[in-house]
Design a protein around this ligand. Sequence first.
Ligand code: C2E
Ligand code: MG
Ligand code: MG
Length: 646
Amino acid sequence: VRHLLTSRVALGAVLLTLLVGAEVTVRALQDDVARLVQRSPVATARIVADISVAQVTDEGLARTGTLTSAQRDDLTTAVRSLQVHEHVTGVEIWAWDGRKIYGDPGSDPRETRLPAAELTRSHLGRTWTTTKGAGSGREHNTFEVFVPHDVDGDDRFETIVEVLIPSDPITTKLSRYTRVLEGSALLLLLIAAAVLAGWRRRILERERRALVDRLTGLPNRAGLRRQIGRALPRAGPVPGRWGAVMLLNLDGFRAINETLGHPAGDVLLRLVARKLQAVVRPTDVVARLTADEFAVLMTDLPGPGTALARAQATLDHLQAGPYVIDEVDLVVEVSLGIALLHQDGDDPDVLLRSADIAMYRAKTDGGGIVVYDDESDARDVGHLATLAELRRAIEDDQLVLHYQPKARLASGDLAGVEALVRWQHPDRGLIGPDQFIPLAENTGLIHSLSTWVLTEAVSQVARWRDEGLMLPVAVNISPRSLLRPDFPIAVLRLLADQAVPADLLEIEITETSVMSHPERAIDTCRQLATTGVRLSIDDFGAGYTSLGYLRRLPVQTLKIDRGFITDILTDPADRAIAASVIELGQRLGLTVLAEGIESAGVWDLLVQLGCDEGQGYHLARPMPAPDLLSWIQHRESTGPGTPARY
Ligand code: C2E
Ligand code: MG
Ligand code: MG
């Protein structure tokens, strides 16, 4: 039905068929009516012809072809009497060669010959009828019946008697009705055509709209899929026929949306759309797939290298800006993934997924371009194809927390543990946070994840407390969760629910969460601090923190990024940095913790440098809660100093 309504040819054919059908039917009806209507005039005319010609036969009309004046008068008298009874309007007699032999007094005296067409028809020897309309000099709606007549009974016609018979008002009406019927059928068809054309337009418009993103006017995911579907048959690994899909994701778009507001976010997306359209070739298809995700389909490329070169040009152009919105000059950074038609997928969905995987890899690598690579897919499909799975994992408690001990460096005393999330996947086994935290952070799933982690960690603290172990637990909180206005309240409620003292919970935040929205971060941290929750800055040194902000943050601990610690024995620069951070932190009154201590040597050096606390594989790897209990018991029974310093 859709095809019928949208294809112009099909629609035209149907209408034409209907039109022809209606016309044929109406014509047939008209013919029937006409035949019915004419039946009685023809009979009348035959009788009149017989009577009138009978007046004159005995005088040898057949022989002479003329009438005497007496015969004429007789004829006229006969016709007049018929006229009085309104059976007949007039009578004319024509010779077989078309010459006029007789015309009643009402007939046109100038007409002396029967017109050729009428003569020819009469020569066929059959009685025939025509209707005389207005302007013929006679009355309207008169039947002219031509009756070929054999005057002398020799089975040959010698004359043509033309009898004019007034038409019956009912038969006139009947034929008029059929004409009205024809007109209405035509009108109905025209209306049907208009209605169908309207439907067609609406269906096509709805379809078009389903394929277009309303904000930018670009094709949406469905639109792009269709375009890729069209491009695939033509594309191939041949010079000039390569095709590629690039997928672009704006880094940090959500943050822009949240700080500047959605209208500003929309403006930015439109700017990006326009810039994209400006940089690609006219034959390329630019699409917007989700909030901050765009795609470009490129076809007829000389080779895969060109795809990469164009991607680079696109990336440069997009990142060059400027994006001035509400007088703020925004920096836009883009992660871009490329998948090649056929090589990385033979259908639109697979191709888009491949490009998506490449794009996510670019994103986790901190931006830039990644070309899809089949080989490394196996590892990464995990974190990508599993958005729905991850959601289910959070709901179905497939996540687990492992706990990694932290100790005072000098004494070896246990200072607490850090909760690190893992995904116990039913098929793929234990998946590390690096494989799914970025995905969660990019999709809003991070809030449910943060809530799950916090709830589980606080419950664990409560369970340990019930077993007599007062062990502080640190939880990593992503910037987006931290900056939610209801975050401090939610934490407070959790602690109250489990009756856990606030100072047994520590929240690790990263420099980026502070620096993306310093004022909001400071505000949130102050609220948290007043509740008694402890705060630490994680991965310190890996990003950049304004020391001015650091001073205003109510944190207790600085965790030096393990990038500076692991090789501290061999890398003097790392050692210098670590030493400076330790001094800086301590001067600000903070506890300084070194992450990633993998050996006793590193441990000792950090003790020398005066670092307060340490964490790393040398002390213990992250482990499930039950293992942690036995680890602690074992450590207590063997006494400090085993292993290494405690
Ligand atoms: P992080 O907060 O810096 O956590 C420390 C990471 O370093 C952990 O990796 C830990 O296993 C690893 N590690 C500890 N000691 C050593 C060592 O001696 N050598 C080396 N090479 N690594 C060591 P993990 O568990 O894979 O976590 C990675 C990151 O994932 C974490 O870094 C944290 O940023 C994030 N993360 C973990 N759990 C959560 C969570 O529940 N929520 C959020 N938002 N992020 C989390
Ligand atoms: Mg951490
Ligand atoms: Mg860390």
